[in-house]
Design a protein around this ligand. Structure first.
Ligand code: MN
Length: 247
């Protein structure tokens, strides 16, 4: 019986080259183990702590993961790669070179007869207006045009720096033990579920593994991260479960 896998927030590239390499190898070990029964893999954003691609240049990192994903795509596994707030500047390289499909915002659809709403999990809630604006600027055509004018040594360095400063801000937020009722993702799902018939909301971004009910029939799953938690979810026979990879 084939399964569908979900994971997010590997944040490869941080906190140092050496530490990231250890995690990257762990991710690849996990992928080696799951590929025999993996039908579809959803990577829900922030796979890379920073990413920027030029017309002719990409960051010279992440070779093992990129190779593994390419090999999985070649063997017929469908891979979806969501843009996170750390790796939103992915254009056509990963699609062309690896064969995965890039998702800009949400992915909504039916899997094993259940209704899914998938998103990185940032900028969902109306309370995030300031962040939504900055996000729009960063994703805009002119920001990308401007960035393309920078020399890769500078541009990729800057992307790296921006990721680090954004993470610092977020990690302060992450440390706060926010009550479930105040979680944006929870508020969003509650709201969204009034009008929509969704069985599973799956998000990343918060680095906080969650599996909580939304109304009568839906559930919200947060995938946690691979910075310190090594958590992922599977969909099997119509049910989603969270797991920890501790090998
Ligand atoms: Mn994120």
């Amino acid at each position: 019986m084939s399964k569908i896998y979900f994971a997010s927030d590997f944040h490869l590239g941080t906190p140092s080259y050496e530490a990231s390499l250890v995690r990257e190898k762990k991710v690849v070990r996990w992928l080696n183990e799951i590929e025999s029964d993996c039908e579809t893999l959803f990577l829900l954003g922030d796979v890379f702590d920073f990413w920027y691609e030029y017309k002719t240049a990409v960051p010279k990192y992440y070779t093992r993961l990129l190779g593994k994903l390419a090999q999985m795509c070649d063997s017929g596994i469908k891979i979806y790669f969501f843009k996170g707030n750390h790796d939103m500047w992915t254009f056509d390289y990963l699609t062309k070179e690896i064969g995965l499909e890039i998702i800009d915002e949400e992915w909504q659809g039916t899997l094993q007869d259940k209704q899914f709403y998938l998103h990185h999990g940032d900028a969902l809630w109306k309370g995030e207006a300031g962040y939504k604006f900055i996000r729009k600027v960063f994703r805009s055509r002119w920001a990308i045009w401007l960035f393309h004018r920078l020399h890769p040594n500078f541009g990729i360095g800057l992307a790296n720096y921006l990721s680090r400063s954004s993470r610092k801000k977020n990690s302060v937020k992450d440390e706060l033990d926010i009550q479930l009722e105040k979680e944006y993702q929870y508020q969003f799902a509650l709201d969204h579920n009034v009008q929509n018939n969704i069985d599973f909301y799956i998000f990343g971004h918060r680095h906080k593994p969650m599996d909580v009910p939304i109304g009568e029939n839906a559930r919200l799953i947060n995938l946690g991260d691979w910075v310190s938690k090594y958590t992922y979810a599977t969909l099997e026979q119509g049910n989603v479960t969270l797991h920890t990879y501790d090998t």
